[in-house]
Ligand binder design. Structure first.
Ligand SMILES: [Zn+2]
Length: 224
């Protein structure tokens, strides 16, 4: 089941009260339209009836797709600074619902459980899965790409994300968390993923830095 409730929020532009259908959980199998809306970046976007300003509510919901075996605790970008605590809470909630001895244990078998901060991180998990890309190897490929570009932006408003893929290329770019605008986009040979996979010893230390919990992300290594 997908769960929403109506909440009043202040318009960020004119501060008048706006009724928002706030999401608490998304069931992507029953509501594929919600998955589509996440991917096209329209989900939880609201137009203020007073001034017409469109704004997007920060994610704070659980995303479940039992067909693709994806679970994501989609958390607000502002919680990134305290990701260890947020990841711990996400893990507890996941274990209660799908862990050993829970009612959802069978459903949880083989599930990829993740947590993300902000819309861009959630989108990336869905895009990677859509293109059959392992998200841990993807983070390593992104680290390698940032290094070869000589460009690692560590600001909280800048994220290096997969935005698409073809048969031969990964399309990655620098995006702004606040506006979701892309500044620079790069095409990276998809072969890089296979090269990383072929050299497990070389990548072991970095692999441990970007994974090791539900927050699988290069920023795990940057925001200690
Ligand atoms: Zn307004």
């Amino acid at each position: 089941m997908s769960v929403f409730d109506t909440t009043s929020m202040a318009c960020p532009s004119c501060e008048s009260s706006v009724d928002v259908e706030l999401v608490h959980s998304v069931n992507a199998v029953r509501r594929p339209d919600l998955r589509d809306a996440i991917l096209d970046r329209s989900f939880q976007s609201v137009a203020c009836p007073s001034c017409g300003t469109t704004f997007r509510v920060e994610p704070e919901f659980t995303y479940l797709d039992v067909r693709r075996k994806q679970f994501v605790a989609a958390l607000p970008a502002r919680e990134l600074a305290d990701w260890k605590a947020a990841e711990g809470r996400a893990r507890s909630a996941y274990d209660r619902a799908f862990g050993k001895g829970s009612d959802g244990e069978a459903l949880g078998a083989g599930m990829q459980a993740r947590c993300t901060f902000g819309w861009l991180g959630l989108n990336e998990k869905l895009i990677a899965h859509e293109h059959g890309i392992d998200d841990v190897v993807l983070e390593l490929a992104k680290m390698a790409t940032m290094r070869s570009l000589g460009d690692v932006k560590v600001g909280a408003d800048r994220e290096f994300r997969l935005v698409g893929a073809t048969d031969d290329e990964l399309i990655v770019g620098w995006l702004r968390t606040s506006t979701e605008e892309i500044d620079d986009e790069y095409a990276v040979p998809r072969q890089l993923l296979a090269e990383i996979d072929a050299e497990p010893a070389t990548w072991a230390a970095l692999r441990a830095e970007v994974s090791g919990g539900m927050f699988v992300d290069y920023r795990r290594a940057l925001f200690g």
